[in-house]
Write a protein that binds this ligand. Structure first.
Ligand SMILES: NC(=O)c1ccc[n+]([C@@H]2O[C@H](COP(=O)([O-])OP(=O)(O)OC[C@H]3O[C@@H](n4cnc5c(N)ncnc54)[C@H](OP(=O)(O)O)[C@@H]3O)[C@@H](O)[C@H]2O)c1
Length: 377
């Protein structure tokens, strides 16, 4: 049986990955990693009995409970786990630029990367793709929209355009003026998906769709103007491809992340899933996205392909979402902080991981200054 390591096993994607593997008995989980949720990782070790476990938070009592498992601590520990486990597949399901380091190591120690962490492509750009190519690793997207396009493109001719959809997040029915006083609790109530906090806020600002346009640019080798975005309120249509002859192929299905997760783990096979899609009861409606209400999407389009600015876009978003969740800034300030940070960054494209992280650090310092400036507004 092929082996799997799940980086970020205690998160939304990580938990669902372990559920899929348990239900399908398709892979052997030999390694898992968590951040700080020791209680959940303890349960997961008890169920899956992985040989290797890494945790950002050091808790030596785990080693006492599970003497046959080898534990690693801290972010270096996750790198050591990957190196020790050398699995057939790695699921990268941590949020933020932190995922890039693990993805890069995965290119050296594994045969397939199932990539949920879109920031790997946004911040890693060509540096990551070169590592994928050099090491001959399979790269399978987990984001439902990219999984959809990936599946539609398989074995087919190049499309004229592709598209990915957005649900519009928690604020989609509010007017721009009504966003001024919106709270984190309101923004975290996603109408369709149950996801981690960062991606749920990103969904409401459309930064998530901005990151996904950039992700699609690197995954499918298309310029941003050929990557269209539409609103699909029930998230039933995930993506599509449009051909020169006007033919449009849609990818539709139940909005359930276990489906693209299962696809990424089993590709090119498809395993039965416990989901029914009733074609007659679901609306298949796409709407234009109001880019005036969601300026972060247009901004992402402007910077697609400009590697240093992509890193700054992501770093400023991570800083401002954290500040919003901590009650330091208002929701409507997130876009301004990202935009000002990008304007203040004027750096050449990085050629290595260290250069990427240097730009990330610089952008975070600038974004923090912008947060301070905005906190009283
Ligand atoms: N959730 C979705 O439906 C969905 C869909 C498409 C794409 N994605 C993408 O998938 C990624 C993960 O999203 P998520 O919603 O699953 O996130 P999440 O629920 O917040 O889970 C994050 C996981 O990563 C761990 N973690 C956090 N920071 C870390 C760090 N610096 N180093 C190592 N581990 C760390 C967490 O550990 P602890 O909890 O133990 O602290 C947890 O296991 C994101 O890039 C997101 O955009 C998510």
């Amino acid at each position: 049986m092929k082996t799997l390591v799940v980086i970020g096993s205690t998160g939304s994607i990580g938990r669902q990955t372990l559920e899929v593997v348990k239900a399908q008995e398709c892979l052997l989980v030999i390694g898992i990693s968590c951040g700080h949720n020791i209680e959940l990782v303890t349960q997961q070790v008890d169920i899956h009995r992985p040989r290797f476990v890494a945790s950002l938070r050091k808790d030596p009592s785990l080693q006492v409970c599970f003497p046959r498992t080898r534990f690693f601590w801290g972010s270096k520990g996750i790198e050591e786990l990957l190196d020790a486990a050398r699995p057939d597949l790695v699921m990268i399901s941590v949020p933020g630029v932190a995922g890039l380091r693990y993805s890069l190591i995965a290119t050296e120690v594994s045969g397939r990367i199932c990539l949920a962490n879109k920031e790997t492509l946004v911040c890693g750009g060509r540096v990551f793709l070169d590592a994928v190519q050099k090491n001959g690793v399979e790269l399978i997207p987990v984001d439902s929209e990219h999984s959809a396009v990936f599946q539609l493109l398989e074995g087919d001719v190049k499309p004229r355009e592709i598209f990915i959809t957005a649900s519009g997040g928690a604020v989609r029915d509010l007017k721009k003026a009504e966003l001024q006083e919106i709270t984190a609790a309101q923004v975290l109530k996603h109408p369709v998906w149950s996801m981690g906090e960062k991606v749920t806020i990103d969904s409401a600002t459309m930064v998530n769709k901005g990151l996904e346009v950039i992700e699609a640019h690197y995954l499918f080798g298309l310029p941003q103007e050929r990557i269209l975005t539409f609103m699909c309120r029930n998230s039933v249509i995930h993506g599509g491809v449009i051909y020169e002859d006007g033919t449009v192929k849609l990818h539709a299905g139940v909005p359930d992340m276990k489906i693209p997760i299962s696809y990424s783990l089993n590709h090119p096979e498809r395993r039965p899933m416990d989901t029914e899609f009733d074609l007659t009861s679901e609306s298949l409606l796409l709407e234009d996205i109001d880019e005036d209400k969601y300026p972060a999407l247009s901004l992402a389009r402007e910077i697609t392909g400009h590697h240093a600015r992509q890193i700054a876009y992501n770093a400023a978003d991570e800083i401002s979402v954290e500040a919003f969740l901590a009650g330091r800034i208002r929701f409507v300030r997130i876009f301004g902080i990202i935009s000002s940070t990008i304007q203040r960054i004027d750096l050449d494209a990085p050629t290595s991981y260290n250069e990427i992280m240097e730009i990330d650090r610089t952008a975070r310092i600038i974004a923090e200054e912008e947060v301070l400036r905005c906190s009283s507004l």
